[in-house]
Design a protein around this ligand. Structure first.
Ligand code: TEU
Ligand code: CA
Length: 538
């Protein structure tokens, strides 16, 4: 396998709206990011994935773009964006831009032209269909609930929107659309960015008349075309968000010889606490053996043939410490256990802002405090169907996207140091105890632990390239080895809040502990709640 610079990278995923406000309007901005670069540099990540900062009416917080060539004035100016690129690159950090190529905003000039009349040159930029027997062309639903079709009186047709009706889907089968998107990417490469994250890239080649939404037949052709047209000969790293990808798909996307993408986000692990075939709001408990199986298959099968991305959280997912850890009594132990488990695996890790200090889910008592379009839609829809208020709120507390979007907690001053004004989304009331300043000064600092995991990766090829093997253990324990040349590392994690027996400890070979969330020593037969460590055979 060819060695690539991004094999060793760790990526910080930043949600600009909630990171740092500098002008008191309650909205994070580019200046705010620039003011916090020392913090990110200190953590040791080498790329920053920025959620969309382009011009947008913000129906879906920037995932509805009205101009790919300009910056949303709420965030700043193009000059400030250039400054951010320069300031990061001075620190050896690259910017990864989020490209939303599946849809635009309905306020994008392409759509405004497209909806004018059927013969408009932009008509085919989007997906327009006649109704069937006086109603929608099909019963496809939007991912945000309701129909995926919206009727337009002016031309008597429906347009497709897999997300909100303010996010009409582009028609990738129309060559000018693809060319226009490639132009966008080239523009940003010229500005000096170092990577792209492609939003819902598995949906672009939909074949709607055959009811195919994800993985359309021409998907991989388009990705290869995009690679030839845009990425070939550049040093830019690409990651695709592919909600539908299983292992077979992930290999197709990321095998180097296919020249498509460098890595993808697969969501198989994120679906393990959802009832299969149902919506994400229908929950079931995580079975650790299933998590072991999903990760282990990716680790062994994708390793030589493609490349893994590693993530526990993002701006659409609940906070991992609340989800699969314990955000109360064992917040430090479980946050560091989860970090150890993921960061010692093969692949490129992503850290979602706040994860590095163990930020948690939030429970706002009132639906009016929520801002996310998906959450608000589901609330209405489920109430309409007769689901009791408490039940809907409880699934929002568990799965709602605003859990990840509350402002970054910098310190214990008003509004957690995020803004001097009123934040666009309320700060999580636990900022008094969970915040950067306190964490950095704590002897049990989650940030410091992440920082050490990152530097271990940077200094040891075994973490980047070593062979992975799952170890047979008690089911509460997730343990694996990494091997490279003559070296063997053991990664041992108690995934529960209980003290558990672990026979493996009795047979560990001579060696030493490299990093441990309980400090020395390891016990002879037991793992304490969420205890985890990395152990090197000598
Ligand atoms: O998310 C893709 C996606 O399918 C999400 O809707 C995901 O399934 C959902 O959030 C789970 O609740 C991407 C972006 O990450 C998301 O923020 C956007 O809303 C969406 O695309 C549309 O652009
Ligand atoms: Ca601001």
């Amino acid at each position: 396998m060819d060695l690539e610079w991004w094999h060793k990278s760790v990526i910080y995923h930043l949600y600009p709206r909630s990171f740092q406000d500098t002008n008191g309007d309650g909205i994070g901005d580019l200046k705010g990011i620039i003011s916090r670069l020392d913090y990110i540099q200190k953590l040791g990540t080498d790329l920053i994935w920025l959620c969309p900062v382009y011009a947008s009416p913000n129906d879906d917080n920037g995932y509805d773009i009205s101009d790919y060539y300009s910056i949303n004035p709420e965030y700043g100016t193009m000059a400030e964006m250039e400054e951010l690129i320069e300031e990061t690159s001075r620190r050896g950090i690259g910017i990864m831009m989020d490209i939303v190529a599946n849809h635009t905003s309905d306020e994008h000039p392409w759509f405004m032209a497209s909806r004018q009349d059927k013969s408009n040159p932009y008509r085919d930029f989007y997906v327009w269909r006649d109704g069937k027997d006086g109603s929608e062309p099909s019963d496809l639903s939007s991912i945000f609930s309701g129909s995926a079709w919206e009727y337009e009186k002016q031309t008597g047709q429906y347009y497709l929107h897999l997300f909100s009706k303010k996010q009409p889907d582009l028609n990738w089968h129309h060559l000018p659309v693809r060319k226009a998107m490639y132009d966008v990417m080239r523009f940003w490469i010229k500005k000096g960015i170092k990577g792209f994250r492609f939003d819902v890239i598995d949906l672009i080649a939909k074949d709607i008349d055959k009811d195919i939404v994800a993985n359309g037949p021409l998907l991989h052709d388009y990705l290869q075309e995009m690679h030839r047209e845009v990425h070939a000969g550049t040093n830019v790293v690409t990651v695709g968000e592919t909600g539908s990808a299983d292992l077979t798909q992930a290999i197709l996307y990321t095998s180097p010889e296919r020249k498509e993408l460098n890595m993808v986000f697969s969501f198989e692990h994120m679906a393990l606490d959802e009832v299969p075939g149902k919506q994400k709001w229908d929950l079931k408990p995580l079975v650790l053996n299933e998590l072991k199986a999903v990760f282990s298959t990716q680790q062994t099968e994708l390793a030589e043939r493609g490349w893994n991305s590693l993530f526990w959280s993002n701006h659409d997912q609940p906070r991992i410490v609340s989800r699969w850890g314990n955000d109360d009594q064992y917040r430090y132990e479980s946050a560091t256990m989860l970090a150890t488990l993921l960061h010692m695996m093969r692949g490129t890790p992503f850290i979602y802002q706040g994860e590095e200090i163990g930020m948690t889910n939030v429970k706002f008592p009132d639906i009016d405090s929520y801002r996310d379009i998906e959450t608000l839609r589901v609330y209405e829809e489920r109430l309409r169907k007769g689901v009791p208020h408490e039940e809907v709120m409880s699934s929002i507390y568990t799965k709602g996207r605003d859990n990840a979007r509350t402002p970054m907690q910098w310190n214990n001053s008003d509004q957690a140091g995020f803004t001097t004004g009123t934040p666009w989304l309320d700060v999580n009331p636990n900022y008094n105890t969970v915040n950067v300043e306190d964490d950095l000064h704590s002897s049990r600092s989650i940030f410091n632990y992440y920082q050490r995991l990152i530097s271990i990766r940077k200094m040891n090829d075994i973490v980047v390239y070593g062979k992975y093997e799952l170890l047979e253990t008690e089911q509460e324990v997730f343990a694996y080895t990494r091997k490279l040349d003559k070296e063997t590392w053991y990664v041992i994690c108690n995934f529960t809040g209980r003290t558990v027996r672990c026979k493996l400890l009795e047979v560990l070979p001579e060696g030493e502990v490299l990093i441990h969330n309980y400090g020395f020593p390891i016990l002879k037969m037991e793992l304490r709640p969420y205890e985890s460590f990395v152990y090197i055979e000598r």
